[in-house]
Write a protein that binds this ligand. Structure first.
Ligand SMILES: C[S@@+](CC[C@H](N)C(=O)[O-])C[C@H]1O[C@@H](n2cnc3c(N)ncnc32)[C@H](O)[C@@H]1O
Length: 268
């Protein structure tokens, strides 16, 4: 798509152009989570300016338009801006969503929510902390950043939720019917964790325990993979893992823990 100049304060975009792979409905699982999560929805509803940025939407703006449509079910007056560091990928404004060039500096915007999916995946692990803090420093008061990755079809997804104080939680979400075991998510962990899935690191301990719980919950398999996962989560919790409990029935299998449960050894 043709590039165009920015209507927002001009700053040099911070970051690097990477592959623009995306897909229709690829980010549905994280969208579903966003519009149901209590922290996200409370902060979005309370924001004086309900501005949301989709950072690094790729070669087509599909996922940004989908995010906007889903967030409007939480707050009808949400305004969504897609930012891309590649000027050739800046899309035309459409369906009430604006698109412009920008990087981790957020083009001078101060959003209450930033979504960056499959962006840091192509950066070195050492770039994560600075990218996170650049975005976090640009958030509106009580703003949030959701930073994650997924596979091409969005069946296996993982993300970190951060606010101005740092990372709050890690969430893994997957298609109950095409994923064999929780550790299948390992290759889609966010950049901050993907290289830490080795014995001794908390993320490895948790994924190993999740696989064991999944195996022990096999007696629930006849009732389907969602019921089996709910049983596995209870076993994990019984074993002391602080896995978040969801009262409502979930379409996806979800494993969400406080960041402190999986933070890499030696991280602040
Ligand atoms: C793999 S695509 C992801 C597309 C979409 N978010 C998805 O998950 O389907 C990554 C995009 O992020 C862009 N990108 C990389 N670093 C960026 C940055 N610092 N700021 C804005 N966009 C960035 C790349 O140019 C690329 O188009």
């Amino acid at each position: 798509m043709a590039g165009r100049s920015s209507p927002y304060p001009l700053t040099k975009p911070v970051g690097t152009i990477t592959r623009g792979t995306t897909g229709v409905n690829r980010l549905r699982r994280s969208d579903r989570w966003l519009i149901n999560d209590e922290v996200v929805t409370t902060r979005l509803r309370a924001a004086s300016n309900p501005l949301v940025v989709d950072l690094g939407y790729g070669a087509n703006p599909w996922t940004t338009l989908e995010l906007a449509a889903r967030l409007r079910t939480v707050r009808a007056d949400v305004s969504v801006v897609g930012l891309e560091i590649d000027p050739e990928r800046v899309a035309a404004d459409q369906d009430g969503v604006a698109f412009t060039r920008g990087g981790f500096e957020l083009a001078g915007l101060r959003p209450v929510l930033v979504r960056a999916f499959n962006v840091l995946r192509q950066y070195p692990e050492t770039a994560v902390t600075e990218a996170w803090s650049t975005v976090r420093s640009r958030l509106a008061p009580n703003g949030l950043l959701i930073e994650g990755t997924c596979d091409e079809l969005g069946r296996r997804c993982a993300w970190v939720l951060l606010d101005q104080d740092g990372p709050r939680s890690l969430t893994l979400a997957w298609d109950p019917f095409t994923v064999d075991r929780p550790s299948d998510l390992a290759e889609r962990l966010p950049k901050a964790l993907i290289h830490r899935n080795v014995p001794g690191e908390p993320i490895h301990t948790m994924l190993t325990a999740a696989d064991h719980a999944w195996a022990r919950a096999a007696t629930s398999a006849p009732f389907g993979p969602r019921v089996r996962w709910r049983a596995a989560v209870q076993l994990l919790r019984d074993d002391g893992f602080p896995v978040r409990h969801y009262r409502r029935r979930l379409r996806d299998n979800v494993l969400s823990v406080p960041w402190s449960a999986v933070a890499p050894l030696g991280s602040a």
